[in-house]
Write a protein that binds this ligand. Structure first.
Ligand code: SAM
Length: 464
């Protein structure tokens, strides 16, 4: 790997005699890891040897090889997420410092690794707002949140400033900041060629701006989790110090098992408690994380503000059978907007009431769309952790049929009843078809279709 000279000089200066081992690790292959979705993997087991746990995450596992994830229907069904191991360390913050029902903002959330992870760590009465400022990336986040199936994750597409304007709405804010990406050097060759001192400086300033802009959205005593995937001091320890001095915060310590080989601050000046993942010491990519508690006064409480009562349109009666589509209908408010029926958990409905002006891409469980007398059930419902599978006839399909479905091919299901049929692969729902007798309508969203006609023939069933 052809590393930039200035990167070598700075990193050598902070790593000292660890430099050689570090450089060697940068030339070694990247580990492959996944994180199971606890709501969808209860009865699953690994069907191959060589799987090892990620020590700092209950749901994380290293795989000995990289299977063809695209062609695994369980991946498409959200049973697991392919995620770099070091970043699963966020779990420790939630296990050690977050409890009860909380409101969390994941500000820079696409593609959704940490958002879908956090959703599995907070209680079901909690709320996660997962936000991404870049519209095309926000759509990827939307898909991944839908796959994960949680009903309490709202997906938004806003600038940090717009979220800051909410006032002190959140108990926890994660800023997984856009950074110079030094920790991705061995995974992504382009990140080496894009690196420069100037870009590190730009990233640093942008990170400070992002944290300042969102700062008002954090409650007093609330936690800011600040993370990057880069090694230099400027974007890490120095920015943590900047946040403490300029915004008013103190660093919160994490209890860390010494076997995990997490490295503490590398700054000669700032010895605050931060966690660094270095590839020659931990099995994963470069990662930096700090937890800060807001000590400055919060400005206004967005969620206690009462909105002016507007004249609401008369609610449309909930169609017969709609409530039975979910497991716990008593938890939800059912509402129709532009023909689309959704189920809102109370904390999601409360957030929507207070979030005027924000661009919301999804909130609540999209159940389906009314078309004439027919409610066309949604793919989001098939993948929801709240799906009541008993409300539908079920067709258990093999891998080949599941992949044909995921290629959006019309399936022929001669033994299934007519109407909506839920397809299940290895006991996980993968989507709906509408059986009309001699053929079926495949309800997979077009943009989810696997386009490749290639089918890997190596044994793909490593999880069942
Ligand atoms: N948290 C994500 C995950 O775990 O999958 C990864 C986030 S990535 C490190 C940083 C994200 O910040 C990117 O999705 C990027 O589009 C977004 N971003 C870029 N510029 C930004 C800005 N000015 N404000 C907020 N987010 C920004």
């Amino acid at each position: 790997m052809n590393l930039p000279l200035s990167f070598i000089q700075h990193t050598q200066s902070i790593l000292g005699d660890q430099w050689e081992a570090f450089e060697k690790a940068l030339n070694a292959p990247s580990p492959v890891s996944i994180r199971l979705n606890p709501m969808k993997s209860r009865n699953k087991r690994f069907a191959t040897d060589g799987i090892a746990p990620v020590p700092w995450s209950e749901f994380g596992f290293y795989l000995p090889v990289r299977p063809s994830f695209t062609f695994d229907p369980l991946f498409q069904a959200g049973v697991y997420y392919v995620q770099e191991a070091s970043s699963m360390f966020v779990e420790q913050v939630f296990r050690q410092h977050v409890s009860g029902s909380v409101r969390v903002l994941d500000l820079c959330a696409a593609p959704g690794g940490k958002a879908t992870h956090i959703a599995s760590l907070i209680g079901r009465d909690s709320l996660l707002v997962s936000n991404e400022v870049i519209a095309s990336r926000a759509n990827i986040l939307l898909d991944n949140v839908m796959k994960s199936g949680f009903d309490n994750v709202v997906v938004t597409n806003n600038d940090p400033l717009a979220l800051g304007k909410l006032g002190a709405a959140f108990d926890v804010v994660l800023v997984d900041a856009p950074c110079s990406g030094e920790g991705m050097f061995r995974k992504d060759a382009d990140s080496v060629s894009e690196w420069s001192d100037g870009n590190v400086q730009l990233c640093c300033e942008r990170q400070q701006r992002i944290v300042s802009d969102v700062w008002p959205a954090l409650k007093e005593d609330g936690l800011l989790i600040y993370s990057t995937c880069t090694y230099n001091l400027h974007e890490n320890e120095e920015n943590v110090r900047w946040i403490m001095d300029n915004l008013g915060a103190e660093v919160v310590e994490l209890q860390i098992d010494e076997n995990w080989k997490v490295t503490s601050s590398l700054s000669p000046e700032s010895k605050v408690a931060v966690s660094r993942f270095l590839p020659h010491r931990t099995h994963g990519e470069g990662f930096f994380l700090a937890v800060l508690r807001k000590t400055s006064e919060a400005e206004g409480l967005a969620f206690s503000k009462k909105k002016d009562k507007k004249q609401k349109a008369k609610p449309i009666p909930v169609p017969a059978g709609l409530k039975q589509l979910v497991l716990h209908p008593e938890r939800y408010a059912f509402q129709e907007i532009n023909g689309k029926w959704r189920a809102y958990a109370p904390q999601v409905a409360a957030f929507l009431e207070q979030s005027e002006g924000l661009k919301i891409l999804n909130a609540g469980i999209l159940l389906g769309e009314q078309k004439g007398k027919d409610l066309v059930v949604s793919h989001a419902l098939a993948l929801s952790n709240e799906l009541n599978a008993d409300a539908f006839p079920v067709e258990n399909v093999d891998r080949e049929t599941a992949i044909n479905y995921l290629r959006k091919e019309p399936l022929f299901l001669p033994d299934a009843p007519t109407g909506y049929v839920l397809l299940v692969y290895e006991s996980s729902p993968i989507g709906f078809v509408k059986n009309i007798g001699n053929r079926t309508n495949n309800l997979l969203p077009n943009e989810w279709r696997i386009k490749s006609s290639y089918l890997p023939d190596q044994n793909p069933i490593w999880l069942k």
